[in-house]
Design a protein around this ligand. Structure first.
Ligand code: ATP
Ligand code: MG
Length: 140
């Protein structure tokens, strides 16, 4: 499998509870390298664009308000099969359904406030990294 990069967000419920270090430890233990990272307050427009695919869903408004409720940490992760591997490390969207020892099982508060985002495809990873990082901010 090829070395890939994926885009990650440590969401407001994680930053508010000082879980950045604990979650990063789980990421690194899984063999993913953090090759870019910064703490940002995202705007409403950025959140609406980022989750635009869910615009018609009943939880969209709540999701946007949550994502702007506190700073987040945006990251680029690198490793063998990083996109699928990070989705595995994150666990299912609903922490009640997530496998043991996944980030969401261990840390998420609910299906909405679920601590982390990870890209779901190579195409979306490239788009999402480009939304938050300049090329020279990613040091592999
Ligand atoms: P993400 O895109 O954040 O990595 P995901 O791919 O596991 O998560 P999606 O189906 O893309 O899940 O949903 C995007 C986000 O919307 C979820 O991570 C969660 O924060 C929120 N969400 C999804 N389903 C619900 C729901 N039923 N109620 C409230 N919030 C939800
Ligand atoms: Mg998703």
């Amino acid at each position: 499998m090829a070395v890939e990069r994926t885009f990650s967000i440590l969401k407001p419920d994680a930053t508010e509870r000082n879980l950045t270090g604990a979650i990063n430890a789980m990421i690194e233990k899984a063999g993913l390298r953090i090759v870019a990272q910064k703490r940002v307050q995202i705007t409403k427009a950025q959140a609406e664009q980022f989750y635009g695919v869910h615009k018609a869903r009943p939880f969209f408004g709540e999701l946007v308000e949550f994502m702007i409720s506190a700073p987040v940490v945006v990251q680029v992760l690198e490793g063998e099969g990083a996109i699928a591997k990070y989705r595995e490390v994150m666990g299912a969207t609903d922490p009640a359904k997530a496998d043991a020892n996944t980030i969401r099982k261990v840390h998420a508060k609910s299906i909405g406030e679920n601590s982390v985002h990870g890209s779901d495809s190579a195409e979306n990873a490239a788009i999402e990294m480009g939304q938050f990082f300049a090329g020279n901010e990613i040091v592999g």
